[in-house]
Design a protein around this ligand. Structure first.
Ligand code: NAP
Ligand code: NAG
Ligand code: NAG
Length: 298
């Protein structure tokens, strides 16, 4: 069910001009290496796993309502995947906002993902990449990128094809700051999108062996207090300042708004030193159930 490994991202038709004068669009945008623009802050829509590690059922309209709230709060970049089983809800919310006149299609950057094809273990991702390139050539996607590739795989892809990924999406949070992948990508003009940006910050998501910090960590609270911000906002701002595009998920309106409100302050070197120190390499999403697959990346 959760085959995230080597998901190849397919950005289905992307983004147009979002005037900087419109407050809702105030998140900075990045120019991708294929010329398209991507808002540097996004919205996650995966409902996640329950306490038995089973997928939270995607029934009702929770995702649709969350995406409506996110667009109202100014998000213009939405992250989904075929495997989240919620692309229809994302689509309905975006269509509704377009019909209302709140946004234009070209203002919205929507990411979806396909897995590296069944039976997973038999397919070389370079072959999948050639299919993605064809999809882009046919105009089915504006931009294409990859997800959950490690450095070896990224280098191999890089050397194999003249069309390079526009984006790498990988887990990025305080415990997993991805220094090597960020360095590789940023030196080559590939944008890094950070999933699970809160990592193990909230106790209900923290595995028993997860390293600190939690959201009540005194050092984190001190940083947040100094900036009159919350700990989640400090974390998102830190990732943003690292050059990563965070895609926090929430189905809670107040949190959806809070998370987006990080563009009126900056961290200083003291903050950064503290925040950097939490990197241990720990992953929340380790995809262990695929650890015997050919291309298991971790
Ligand atoms: N490509 C991949 O392999 C992959 C893997 C994982 C995730 N992703 C993408 O990345 C997105 C984000 O990652 P994620 O969903 O794993 O984790 P996340 O965004 O780091 O954390 C989501 C959790 O944090 C809670 N939360 C959000 N804002 C909060 C706040 N301000 N204060 C307190 N709690 C808050 C949410 O609760 P409520 O919703 O109850 O408010 C939810 O339980 C996903 O939704 C998905 O789009 C991609
Ligand atoms: C602190 O933040 C809150 C919530 O965003 C805001 O209402 C308040 O005015 C801020 N206080 C100062 C001193 O900036
Ligand atoms: C990436 O994954 C491949 C396939 O599992 C593995 O052979 C390689 O050692 C990994 N590289 C890194 C840097 O983790």
């Amino acid at each position: 069910m959760f085959i995230f490994i080597n998901f190849v991202l397919l950005f289905v038709v992307v983004y147009g001009d979002c005037p900087q004068s419109v407050p809702a669009c105030s998140a900075p945008v990045a120019r991708l290496n294929d010329g398209h623009l991507m808002p540097r802050f996004g919205f996650g829509t995966w409902l996640g796993l329950d306490k038995y590690q089973l997928p939270v059922p995607v029934d009702g309209e929770a995702v649709q309502l969350a995406v409506l709230a996110a667009i109202d709060a100014g998000y213009r970049h939405i992250d989904t995947a075929s495997i989240y089983d919620d692309e229809d809800q994302v689509g309905r919310a975006v269509n509704q906002k377009i019909a209302d006149g709140a946004v234009k299609r070209e203002d919205m950057f929507i990411t979806t993902k396909t897995k590296n094809i069944r039976p997973y273990a038999d397919i070389d991702y370079l072959e999948t990449w050639r299919g993605m390139v064809e999809a882009k050539r046919l105009g089915l996607a504006s931009s294409i990128g990859v997800c959950n590739f490690n450095l070896t795989q990224l280098r191999r892809l890089w050397d194999s094809h003249e069309l390079k990924p526009a984006v790498l999406q990988v887990e990025t949070n305080l415990n997993q700051q991805q220094p090597e992948l960020r360095q590789f990508c940023h030196s080559r003009g590939v944008q890094v999108v950070g999933y699970t940006p809160f990592g193990s910050l909230f106790p209900d998501r923290a595995a028993p062996d997860a390293p600190p910090p939690r959201a009540d960590d005194p050092q984190l609270l001190a940083i947040a207090d100094r900036h009159n911000k919350t700990v989640p906002q400090v974390v998102l701002r830190y990732l943003f300042e690292l050059g990563v595009t965070p895609i926090p998920k929430s189905v809670t309106k107040s949190r959806i708004e809070q998370n987006r409100d990080i563009f009126d302050f900056s961290l200083d070197e003291f903050d950064r030193q503290q925040l950097r120190s939490y990197h241990t390499g720990h992953r929340v999403v380790d995809l262990k159930i695929f650890s015997d697959a050919n291309h298991y990346p971790f």
